[in-house]
Design a protein around this ligand. Structure first.
Ligand code: T68
Length: 826
């Protein structure tokens, strides 16, 4: 007691927010939960004790929240997503609870620094990239906007691989994020559901004499809930992220056990638990991956069973289910939910087809995240039949009714029917998951205005013809808490001073910064904050890569998954061109630049891995060359994840958003950079289009073909070799690469890349090359006028408020989910 100071009666150890209460709880948890004395405790021990301290406070809010939602019979949105990338929890939760300063002080009392404890946390890498991070931003906004919501997903034991770089090549290392335990989650053994797999179906007569179907699975597996609280910012509401882990239904197969086969008995348990073992990296053909199909089914079935349980416990009939729940499908990964809800209603709850179908279609809404035809999910019919035989029957029946409806409306168009079918019969038969999602949903949305328009015009064109009223756009947004307050506290303090602290919960208020963008006296502070973040990143880069960079140089950054359509190699071609220009003309007047890259390549995507090697190879030559040493630097930050991202966005001067127009659904990094005062060089792709409209064309560096021009060029027969032949600068850059300047004379290393560019160039780098180079020249001139650059930077921040995830979640609530706020009182 003496050590910790007195506690008031109103400050119980488990909920109090004062420095005293937090300090006392920290020591308590260190001793009773972590099991360590202060004298021997490590930082990791203290991190865990602090996490438990925060979790207690969250649990308290979350129980109040659940109670209130129940009493008020609130309508709830269930976000079904195979991926979540929430990032480290500690800092975020302290911010939401408003106890950052008190906690800092409490941690100081035990002789430690809060920032060091925050560093200890291993982040849950339960997603590949933008799609998973978007889901996490939306959960943050839903809680902040006081909307009842549950995020459902999978508790992968191994998240996205960790990336090491070995001699310039990506090496994948498994991510054992649960190794030290996860203090944020609560395992709920009593919230568990069984799912079936394989087996066969049987028909029987029910007591009304109706034919019904029974699925007799070959095996069953259990999904057990693991809950994490998601607190809203500055409100008492706390929602839930519920992730399912696979477990065996019986630890022992007693048949084998009794027969003396102990090994066999345990084998089945191990096999069951394999199901939620590992997250699949994207960009790999998945049509044959049974495990991935089962993963999707596991979390979807458990989630739907959980919703039905909650609903029925409320005492209302199933017919009221769509009033109480709305389910958002985050891409097609959970689209099996359409068939699974039908199965549960028909086979488990004895509903008739028509009412079950009506209910199902009033429950689901679908978000599409890609236009890449190769990324549209499909599953082989044979695999489906083996794994989910009952679901295949249901899908075929849905298809029959659906195609009858199509034929009725378009009687003479058999081609249309073939195109719309849930089954692709052009070769070996496949189930088209996007079609299942469209047919089973009352709303279909894209994630940026251009993306939605292209969806309606290309991959989902026929569905748009059929049901134009179902289509709508929801332009993506990002959490201003995580990518503002948390990652860039100094900038945010300045924003709060000039625009008022309310901007973090109401990002449109950033507009109040706009008049200040013309006050030169504020510029030095703005630049000082940026420089400080660049210095911090420079230290991190030196630590991670050994490369020293100059914080005064322009930080030109491209971080995102490595993919040809995102065109990291166009960025590299610019570096090569600039390098060779400076070599030819050492007096060339250009601002020193540091090119920063980061991002993972799918393990099976050879070309993406070669692009990583290319970045390192060019970096090696450029960084070593005394002729350009102080003017150009190229670095690759390994293992890009949410934690690293939070260091990078604040340090950027220039944000590279250079995908081929029409390829990037939205992008969200573009928004995170702009919120942190970077200017964008970009094409008219995804959300860039809308960002440019908001910040003003004069504050955005635009280049490249439009998506309409891309289509036209492709139709008229695009020939990349013509660009190469006609443009000496481009020719020089490509020749240097092909001739082995960056590969110690090895002409074979980058041959696949060069050949692809010259012969096919699917993503039209050569067509956009000159426009990109010219635009980079404009960037250079602009950067050298420091005052004008600062003004543009400030205007970007002032006008980026629309891209808060709060804005888009409000749109989802109003236009799709019909969801009202529910205030939780302490
Ligand atoms: C991204 N998609 C879009 N997919 O590429 C990006 N894919 O434009 C958009 O901003 C973002 O979604 C949010 O809408 C993805 O991130 C995946 O990660 C993915 C995962 C598994 C399978 C396929």
């Amino acid at each position: 007691m003496d050590e910790t100071g007195p506690l008031t009666e109103h400050e119980p150890t488990r909920t109090g927010l004062s420095v005293d209460a937090l300090h006392r709880a920290l020591l308590d948890n260190l001793f009773y939960v972590v099991g360590r004395f202060p004298a021997v405790a490590t930082r990791q021990d203290y991190y865990r004790a602090l996490a438990f301290t925060v979790r207690d406070r969250l649990l308290h809010r979350w129980l109040r929240t659940v109670q209130t939602y129940k009493e008020e019979r609130s309508r709830t949105v269930c976000y079904l997503s195979a991926e979540y990338l929430p990032g480290p929890q500690l800092g975020h939760n302290l911010l939401a609870l408003g106890i950052f300063d008190n906690t800092r002080e409490a941690v100081r009392r035990v002789g430690l620094e809060l920032d060091d404890l925050i560093e200890e946390e291993a982040e849950p890498g339960l997603g590949n990239g933008g799609l998973g991070r978007l889901a996490a931003c939306y959960l943050d906004s839903l809680a902040t906007l006081q909307r009842p919501a549950i995020g459902y997903g999978l508790r992968y034991e191994f998240g996205i691989f960790r990336q090491r770089i070995d001699n310039g090549w990506q090496v994948e290392v498994s991510d054992s994020w649960l190794r030290d335990g996860n203090p944020w989650e609560l395992r709920r053994p009593h919230i568990a559901f069984e799912i079936g797999l394989g087996g066969h179906t049987e028909r029987y007569l029910d007591h009304h004499g109706h034919t019904r179907v029974r699925w007799v699975p070959g095996e069953t597996i259990r999904g057990v809930a693991h809950d994490t609280a998601i607190p809203g910012y500055g409100v008492f509401n706390s929602n839930l992220l519920r992730l399912w882990a696979a477990e065996a239904t019986e630890s022992f197969d007693f048949g084998s056990f009794n027969a003396g086969d102990y090994q066999g008995a345990v084998r089945r348990k191990i096999r069951s638990e394999t199901i939620s073992r590992v997250l699949y990296p994207n960009d790999e053909p998945e049509t044959g991956k049974r495990l991935r199909l089962i993963q999707g089914y596991l979390f979807v079935s458990c989630s739907l069973q959980d919703m039905l349980r909650i609903h029925l416990a409320g005492g209302e009939g199933l017919d009221r289910f769509p009033q109480r729940f709305v389910v958002q499908l985050n891409d097609t990964h959970p689209a099996i939910a359409v068939a699974e809800l039908m199965r549960l209603l028909l086979d488990k709850h004895g509903m008739e087809w028509e009412s079950a179908w009506d209910l199902t279609r009033r429950t689901f809404a679908y978000t599409n995240h890609t236009l890449l035809p190769e990324a549209l999910e499909k599953w082989s019919l044979t695999l489906f039949e083996e794994t989910l035989p009952r679901h295949l029957e249901i899908i075929l029946e849905i298809n029959q009714y659906f195609l009858d409806e199509v034929r009725m409306r378009f009687p003479h168009d058999e081609a249309l029917t073939t195109r719309l079918s849930l089954i692709d019969e052009t070769g070996p038969r496949y189930v088209r998951m996007a079609h299942l999602a469209c047919v089973g949903s009352f709303s279909i949305n894209g994630v940026a205005r251009l993306h939605t328009a292209l969806l309606a015009d290309t991959v989902l064109r026929d569905f748009h013809t059929l049901w134009p009223e179902r289509f709508n756009n929801k332009t993506n947004g990002i959490s201003p808490r995580r990518f503002g307050n948390l990652s860039n506290p100094d900038l945010c303090a300045l924003l709060s001073r000039v625009a008022g602290p309310g901007w973090a919960a109401d990002a449109e208020r950033l507009r109040l910064l706009e008049p200040h963008a013309h006050r030169r006296e504020i510029y030095p502070e703005w630049r000082r904050i940026k420089l400080e973040r660049k210095r911090a990143l420079a230290r991190y880069v030196a630590d991670q890569t050994g490369i020293v960079v100059d914080p005064e140089s322009m930080f030109d950054i491209q971080v995102k998954r490595i993919h040809e359509y995102k065109r990291q190699h166009l960025n590299v071609l610019h570096i090569i061109a600039l390098y060779s220009r400076i070599k030819m003309d050492p007096t060339l007047d250009a601002a020193p630049r540091t090119f920063v890259f980061g991002g993972k390549a799918a393990p099976g995507y050879k070309m993406a891995k070669l692009i990583i090697k290319l970045i390192h190879s060019v970096g090696e030559v450029v960084n070593r060359d005394p002729a350009v040493r102080d003017r150009l630097r190229v670095v690759f930050v390994p293992d890009f994840n949410v934690k690293v991202a939070q260091r990078i966005y604040p340090a950027a001067d220039l944000s590279e958003q250079i995908s081929l127009a029409g390829m990037e659904a939205s992008g969200t990094g573009n928004m995170k950079f702009a919120l942190n005062g970077a200017l964008t060089i970009g094409t008219l792709d995804g959300a860039n289009v809308e960002i440019r409209e908001e910040v003003g064309a004069e504050n955005f560096f635009l280049f490249g073909l439009t998506s309409a021009e891309v289509q036209a060029r492709k139709r008229s027969g695009y020939c990349p070799y013509d660009c190469y032949r006609e443009n000496p600068v481009l020719r020089e850059a490509i020749d240097l690469l092909a001739d082995g300047l960056f590969s110690h004379g090895d002409r074979a290393l980058f041959r696949p890349l060069v050949d692809h560019l010259l012969q096919q160039d699917d993503y039209m780098l050569l067509a956009d090359f000159q426009s990109y180079i010219d635009c980079q020249d404009r960037v250079d001139r602009a950067f050298r006028d420091a005052d004008s650059w600062t003004r543009m930077s400030m205007l970007n921040v002032a006008r980026i408020g629309r891209f808060s995830s709060d804005r888009v979640v409000q749109e989802y609530c109003r236009e799709i989910w019909r969801l009202e706020p529910v205030t939780i009182r302490p």
